[in-house]
Write a new protein. Structure first.
Lengths: 333, 637, 210
């Protein structure tokens, strides 16, 4: 992928996105690396075939044959017939070869993904991602939303389901996509050698805000991951005072609490993203906005403006009240 | 036989005298009602053509709207609700209301002329099918204009398109439009199959039949076996939405994937239903402009048949990301790659024909060259998509959008435009202007690539499909802008083409019967053909009748009643004289009754019971013989 | 804007006047139309049956508890009557092909009555399925199969009524009408042939599978 694509990229005048956080060209995960190599192979086979056919056509167009009425000379026809047979046989063999290469890639991916794995469950909703980590030790299940953090070097098995419509989890830098289909569970195995920050996006049309259903994926060194995980298990303290406390009171007193869950508070709604450690996330509303105070203010003030069709209602708050809620949420690190 | 003497064509009745009588027998009455009652395939073929191009224009405008919205990040021209309707309508219009009907249009007009007969089999069924098509397309577009257009994609996946997540009537309009267009397409397929197998001119064995007729035979059989799938599954969807069935509800033992299987069992053959007639066009055009029969005629025909058969074994390649067992997927990868072989064989044969013939690069040939250059690229990206791991990256991204536009526009629309130029003189009696035609080509072809080539990159670079906007800073901005500019240029090229056609209708150079020195029977008729097509049904002695020194004909068909000749299936020996229907309004009336039934049943299931009464009455009146008495030879009126 | 191709006195090679204007079996266009409809409707049935099996293939009882399979009486009675109806049906075909108008008339009236009986029994069948279409996918599937087949019965019954009426008019003596009667008989065979697998799937498979 890198070699062939770079040439074509230069021809097109440079597209930095090939090297971005949401690109299948990077091969930064085990699966996407295998797929990238396979794609390279396919490019090296198909591009010459295309050029060959074009050359064949060009040569044909330049000829002016003398002809017997309505047909080519008989001795030519025999030669061409042989050519046709060779062409058909060669195409079939090439395609067979590509099928075999495909099969090998599939096997390599399956084998590389075998073995003990960290188990994560991703549940797709219209239009956000629920993420649950499983741990064999009781009491160490972590729930979060709109972020996927995994350790580098480890095998992570992400099981996928959806209670509403079909979604698809696609982390192009790391792996191929898998659909989240109501009534079924499937999975994708991630194995990422080096840390990095990536962006995933829902890849199956799921309604009004399909376009804004992204998922930041963070791959951290094992130590960093453990630190994040343990911080995630901790219950954030109730604020002592100041705007954070005012925000806490508003959050738990108004309708926010009926949809969202924040551990250690009366807010225990299950139908919207868990906000327990919202302050340490990088985006708001599954990638719609970056997680800054100003953006959060914008989101709460008028969610429909940012993400028309979102389920989040417009909660009536004065600007001061809003600022307090923002302060509280940002404090939830 | 009967006691009455009938006037028949032959040595005693030929030339101008015969023309007068036959024209009166086979012609339509003037005025609106004469047009509405017509069962002449040429009239119906023209209607289909005009209607299909209207829908092409409507679908094209939607495409331009999308490209405008996507020309930059986070644009606010079109909101998500309207955008979702627009992309759904674009796909639905192009696939159901343009691509299949336009191929049917050319077939309906051309096949009787190519096969040497006076009309299609079941002419009233044909007329009925056009009314159904127009009704269904109009219903859909009226709904869209009223902001009730479907918004769940042209493929309408459940559960999103089900009762819980798509309340209201939007998806119901989509599902019912499918019923309309499937009825129309199936009717045409039945008519075409019967015509090709039973109504060919004497001596036109299957081996001597034009390649385009072969392609339409294969396609018609594909329609017969694939369209029931979507008719069934769209009915199941409407049942889930309207009367509470649970086919697709996983919480009540239903299955969301059932929809995908049934939809794609139709959906994959559908794209070959669109592509194979275009390959028929290419064979006909290449033959005419190289002065020889297509190289490897048998291989070409077998490739059509092989593609048609294989097409039914590929549908799961649209479902590679759904988590079905990987062993099963391997079969579909192999089959999806295998289907490239017959298409490749056809390409080889066409290029070999050009190489060994004496090519003339008139406008239709330019479109053929444009087709080869474009379609081969699309076919190769198809080979990539056939591989499961690759597909798991680029499925549901702009890479796929690039692929299918390459194969559908490159593989079907370019040959279609070439076919329009090629047969325009036959349909209208005038030539299209060559210079404006070349201008249209040289704008459209590069503009097409400008529009769609960047999409391959966008897909690889992470841009999913069916998104009304994308964030800034992803690196997608420039390529999207280039694609949007290309789209407008492409639209310009198409408009030059259409403008040329419209202008040439009135002012084009007068066309003789055979302006291209081609080889098929259609070029023996006048331009445009007389209502009766052939004064005497021809007898065929080779695959290239017009290049034969002798052109024998038959005699003995009735002249004052409509009559066609049926021949045997393989050898085309004359077998029966079949009365052919007179003009009648009953197909239109039956279509009107059926339209009322279909549209009302979107609002209440009782319409199905109540509405079937007028439909039944109309159908009975249609088939009931009108009072002509039983003596003498049969007529159908 | 027509320009006629130049044609000196044509070379008349074949005389079509002696040909017949109607024939039975695959020589008639009607036959091809009917066979095409067989293929279309047969495909629809095959896919509906495939959907039935697809829904059944999940790991649960079929029918899902606490439902009982449909009662056998009405469905079995229907099957017996429709199989027996093939006797008059074949007689119609033979009579039509021999142009025996009085026999054809009588038998068409008989078939119309049999059709009515079948529709009445079919109503009882719907009533004895022990599930409604909206309860779950199993119910939806068997209702779908039964409704599809009922549509078949209804349309062929109406066809038969119309044909019967037609054969009592002066048009009844036309050769092409006898072809219509023969083709209608062939279509009826398709109707009961399609019924057999559907009968098995609605009434017997739920009993045998659990």
């Amino acid at each position: 992928m890198r070699r062939g694509a770079v040439l074509l990229v230069m021809a097109l005048g440079g597209c930095s996105a090939l090297y971005g956080p949401q690109s299948s060209a990077m091969g930064q995960g085990m699966e996407s690396a295998h797929i990238g190599n396979l794609f390279d192979l396919f490019l090296w086979v198909t591009v010459p075939i295309y050029l060959g056919v074009m050359v064949f056509l060009a040569l044909a167009m330049r000829r002016r044959q003398a002809m017997v009425q309505g047909a080519a000379r008989p001795e030519q026809e025999a030669g061409w017939r042989l050519g046709l047979v060779l062409f058909a046989v060669t195409s079939a063999l090439i395609l067979f070869g590509l099928s075999v290469a495909t099969w090998f890639t599939d096997r390599a991916i399956a084998r590389a993904g075998a073995g003990p794995a960290l188990s994560v469950e991703v549940i797709g909703h219209q239009w956000w991602w629920e993420v649950r980590y499983h741990d064999p030790v009781a009491g160490r299940e972590l729930r979060t939303a709109n972020e996927l953090v995994i350790p580098a070097g480890a095998t992570v098995k992400v099981s996928l389901s959806s209670p509403d419509v079909i979604h698809s989890l696609w982390i192009p830098n790391l792996a191929g996509k898998q659909d989240l289909i109501p009534g079924r569970t499937s999975d994708v195995v991630l194995k990422v050698p080096k840390p990095g920050e990536f962006r995933a996006q829902c890849a199956e049309f799921c309604g009004l805000q399909h376009a804004q259903m992204a998922l930041p994926v963070s791959v951290r060194a094992p130590g960093g991951f453990a630190k994040w995980y343990n911080a995630g298990l901790a219950t954030p303290p109730v604020p002592g005072g100041g705007p954070e406390f005012a925000g806490y009171s508003l959050f738990t007193g108004r309708q926010c609490a009926s949809c969202h869950n924040i551990a250690g508070t009366p807010a225990s709604g299950q139908v919207a993203p868990d906000l327990t450690h919202f302050g340490s996330r990088t985006t708001i509303a599954s990638g719609a906005l970056p997680n800054t105070a100003a953006s959060l203010e914008r989101w709460i003030a008028d969610p429909q403006r940012v993400k028309p069709g979102t389920q989040m209602p417009q909660v009536p708050l004065s600007p001061e009240e809003r600022a307090a809620v923002v302060a509280y949420l940002e404090s939830l690190k | 036989m009967s006691e009455r003497t009938y006037l028949r064509d032959g040595p005693d009745l030929t030339g101008a005298a015969l023309h007068d009588k036959l024209a009166r027998t086979c012609g339509d009455r003037p005025g609106f009602w004469g047009w509405a009652a017509s069962v002449d395939h040429k009239s119906i073929g023209r209607r289909y053509l005009v209607t299909a191009f209207v829908f092409l224009a409507l679908g094209g405008v939607l495409a331009l709207a999308m490209r405008l919205q996507l020309s930059g990040p986070q644009k606010a021209l079109i909101g998500p609700d309207r955008y979702n309707q627009i992309f759904t309508m674009h796909g639905t219009t192009m696939m159901f209301l343009f691509a299949v009907p336009v191929m049917d249009a050319v077939a309906i007009y051309l096949l009787p002329l190519m096969l040497g007969t006076r009309n299609l089999a079941f002419p009233r069924l044909n007329a009925f099918s056009w009314w159904m098509y127009v009704a269904g397309g109009s219903m859909l577009w009226i709904a869209f204009v009223l902001n009730a257009g479907p918004d769940a994609g042209w493929f309408s996946y459940v559960p999103l398109a089900g009762p819980e997540f798509s309340p209201g009537k939007r998806v119901d309009f989509w599902a019912q439009m499918v019923t309309f267009t499937e009825v129309a397409a199936l009717a045409v397929a039945v008519s075409i199959t019967a015509t090709i197998l039973k109504a060919r001119a004497p001596g036109m064995t299957l081996a001597r039949m034009p390649v385009f007729a072969w392609s339409m035979l294969v396609v018609s059989l594909m329609v017969i076996f694939s369209m029931p799938s979507i008719a069934l599954t769209s009915a199941m969807l409407m049942a889930d939405r309207m009367v509470g069935t649970q086919f697709f509800n996983p919480y009540e033992y239903g299955d969301a994937l059932l929809w995908q299987h049934l939809f794609w069992f139709f959906g994959h053959p559908e794209v070959y239903i669109i592509f194979l007639p275009a390959t028929g066009f290419v064979s006909e055009i290449v033959q005419a402009f190289t002065g020889r029969q297509v190289f490897g005629h048998t291989a070409v025909v077998l490739s059509l048949v092989a593609t048609g058969l294989l097409a039914f074994g590929l549908w799961v390649h649209h479902m590679f990301a759904t988590g079905l067992p990987r062993m099963g997927y391997a079969f579909y990868t192999a089959a999806s790659m295998a289907v490239a072989v017959p298409s490749g064989i056809q390409i080889f044969c066409w290029i070999a024909t050009i190489w060994t013939g004496r090519p003339r690069y008139r406008l239709p040939m330019l479109w053929v060259v444009g087709f080869i250059v474009t379609f081969v690229a699309g076919g190769l990206t198809g080979v990539m998509l056939a591989s499961v791991p690759l597909d798991l990256q680029v499925h549901d991204t702009y890479f796929v959008v690039a692929h299918f536009h390459y194969v559908l526009i490159g593989g079907a629309v370019f040959p279609l435009l070439g076919a329009v130029v090629y047969w325009f003189p036959k349909f209208t009696g005038r030539m299209m202007d060559e210079r404006w035609g070349k201008l249209a080509f040289w704008i459209a072809l590069p503009a097409f690539h400008l529009t769609f080539f960047p999409m391959h990159y966008l897909g690889i670079m992470g841009m999913p499909r069916r998104v009304y906007t994308y964030p800034a800073g992803m690196g997608w901005d420039t390529l999207n802008l280039i694609s949007s500019i290309g789209a407008f240029l492409f639209a310009g090229g198409v408009m030059v083409f259409v403008g040329n056609a419209l202008w040439s209708l009135k002012r084009g150079e007068a066309a003789p019967a055979d302006p291209w020195t081609a080889h098929g029977l259609e070029w023996t008729t006048s331009s445009p053909p007389a209502p009766y097509n052939f004064a005497h049904i021809p007898v065929v002695t080779s695959a290239t009748p017009l290049w034969d020194p002798e052109r024998p004909v038959t005699r003995g068909l009735r002249v004052e009643d409509r009559e066609v000749l049926l021949t045997t299936v393989f050898e085309a020996r004359p077998d029966l004289r079949e009365p052919s229907p007179m003009p009648t309004l009953w197909p239109m009336i039956a279509a009107l009754a059926t339209t009322v039934l279909f549209v009302c049943s979107i609002f209440t299931p009782w319409a199905i019971v109540i509405g079937s009464v007028p439909v039944g009455v109309a159908l009975i009146a249609w088939f009931w013989p009108k009072d002509r008495g039983p003596e003498g030879e049969p007529v159908v009126d | 804007m027509a320009s006629t191709a130049p044609s000196p006195q044509p070379n008349f090679a074949l005389d079509l006047e002696p040909l017949e204007t109607h024939a039975f079996g695959n020589r008639s266009l009607t036959w091809w139309g009917i066979v095409a409809f067989f293929l279309i409707e047969g495909t629809a049935f095959a896919l509906a049956i495939a959907a039935y099996f697809f829904l059944m293939s999940w790991d649960h009882a079929w029918p899902p508890p606490p439902l009982n399979p449909p009662d056998l009486l009405a469905g079995t009675l229907f099957t017996i009557v429709i199989l027996l109806s093939e006797i008059p049906n074949t007689l119609i075909k033979w009579a039509a092909e021999k142009y025996e108008l009085p026999r054809v008339r009588g038998l068409l009236v008989l078939m119309s009555l049999i059709g009515l009986v079948l529709l009445v029994v079919r109503a009882f069948e719907f009533n004895s399925l022990n599930v409604f279409w909206y309860q779950n996918a199993y119910g939806s599937a068997i209702w779908m199969l039964l409704v599809l087949h009922t549509t078949h019965i209804v349309t062929d019954w109406v066809d038969t009524l119309v044909l019967a009426a037609l054969m009592f008019t002066p048009h009844g003596t036309e050769g092409r009408r006898f072809v219509d009667c023969s083709e209608n008989a062939v279509y009826w065979r398709f109707v009961w042939l399609c019924w057999l697998p559907i009968y098995a799937l609605i009434y017997w498979l739920p009993r045998l599978v659990n």
